[in-house]
Design a protein around this ligand. Structure first.
Ligand code: ADP
Ligand code: GN1
Ligand code: MG
Length: 343
């Protein structure tokens, strides 16, 4: 079925008449296909190759929503709308799950942090989500992607990709491969940290990059966090680290000129201050000792994932030009080198 016919029939499931709306694709995410429907809705096609059990996404959202309604009724938690038959998802003819959200008006998402105020506000918002969910039964949540942020599994996936990569891609990535291998000591640090048992399993957002926050248009105020597909058990270093990864540089992970990738110390500090303003009281003394590792672990992990995807022939992340995953991996390597030279 052609895309507009698919969207028309998906919208019908929600009782909406497609010709009444302008339909605009939003390209900022790497995983799902997102469409703005008029000024009322966000329609998303879930990537079924990434989320093999989409009903788990709905189950986790529901668990969080029920808890928050009871314990933090004022909190703006983005929940899907139901189809006319009361379902959270609807499936198209190709078996892709779709879902609908209310469009949060008068908001923007950004791909680079411009000010320390933005960094503080976004970090505070991600911290607030986990703080509000403190006390919620973690066993009510399932992993939507198993072992999502397990760095040793990500390293194994990288090694497997090396075995199966085409000689052309391996050749192109030779320098990056050697450099990423040289940072393997971070896997050991990660394993030691997890095995120490000092980190508490909490409900984390697990994808805290800066474009997963909606800012009020024209201000540095956060309206809400979005992209809750990986709202599931995890450790605080995942959220804090992914914020450091995506907030501190004035150039985003898409920048192909690595000389523009920098670590802004004031922004780094604002991330810590904003996050700890919410989570500081929750984290143990031992957890706080892990704070300096968070940025490097997540930058290494996501960089490895970009490189792995390049070696696998770009099967996971959406790309818009042939070497995009190579450039993303090179960008993240540069950021990692900067972060590691500062500890
Ligand atoms: P992906 O999982 O592919 O990253 P997201 O859920 O992050 O998809 O959505 C992609 C983009 O769509 C966001 O960065 C934001 O700009 C916009 N967006 C998503 N949901 C909403 C919403 N409810 N209201 C307004 N904008 C939204
Ligand atoms: C993906 O969906 P999006 O674009 O917010 C990815 C994250 C990576 C990020 C890197 C489910 O996030 O883990 O950190 O790309 N999400 C998934 O940009 O794999
Ligand atoms: Mg996103």
């Amino acid at each position: 079925m052609e895309l507009s016919a698919t969207i028309t029939s998906v919208l019908q499931a929600y009782g909406l008449n497609a010709p009444e709306y302008s339909i605009v694709r939003i390209n900022s995410g790497h995983i799902n296909h997102t469409y703005k429907i008029g000024t009322e809705y966000i329609l998303q096609r879930i990537n079924k190759n990434v989320f093999l059990h989409p009903e788990v996404l709905s189950k986790n959202l529901e668990a969080a929503s029920v808890f928050l309604k009871q314990h933090a009724p004022e909190y703006l938690f983005l929940h899907t709308l139901k189809t006319t038959s009361g379902e959270d998802l609807t499936f198209d003819a190709e078996g892709y799950p779709w879902r609908l959200f209310p469009y949060i008006k008068n908001t923007v998402s950004i791909n680079e942090v411009a000010t320390a105020q933005q960094a503080y506000a976004a970090a505070q918002a991600f911290g607030q989500l986990s703080r509000q969910l403190q006390g919620c039964d973690v066993s009510k949540f399932e992993e939507t992607i198993p072992k999502f942020h397990d760095l040793s599994i990500r390293y194994e996936q990288f090694e497997r990709a090396l075995l199966h990569a085409s000689s052309e891609r391996k050749q192109l990535a030779n320098r990056l491969i050697n450099k990423y291998q040289a940072f393997k000591y971070l896997v050991d640090k990660y394993v030691d940290l997890i095995q120490s048992g000092q980190l508490v399993l909490r409900i984390m957002h697990n994808d805290t990059k800066i474009n997963n926050v909606l800012f009020e248009h024209g201000t540095d105020q956060v309206v809400c966090v979005i992209d809750l597909d990986t709202l599931m058990p995890g450790y605080f270093i995942y959220d804090l680290g992914d914020m450091i990864r995506t907030f501190v540089s004035p150039a985003s992970e898409e920048e192909t000129d690595v000389s523009k990738v920098r670590v802004r110390k004031d922004i780094y500090q604002a991330v810590l201050d904003g996050y700890l303003s919410e989570m500081g009281g929750m984290l143990s003394h031992e957890e706080k000792l892990a704070v300096p590792l968070a940025g490097s672990i997540m930058t290494y992990m996501i960089g490895l994932r970009f490189l792995t995807d390049f070696l696998n022939g770009d099967t996971y992340y959406q790309t818009s030009y042939p070497q995009q995953n190579w450039y993303r991996a090179a960008n993240q390597l540069h950021l990692l080198e900067l972060l590691e030279s500062q500890v």
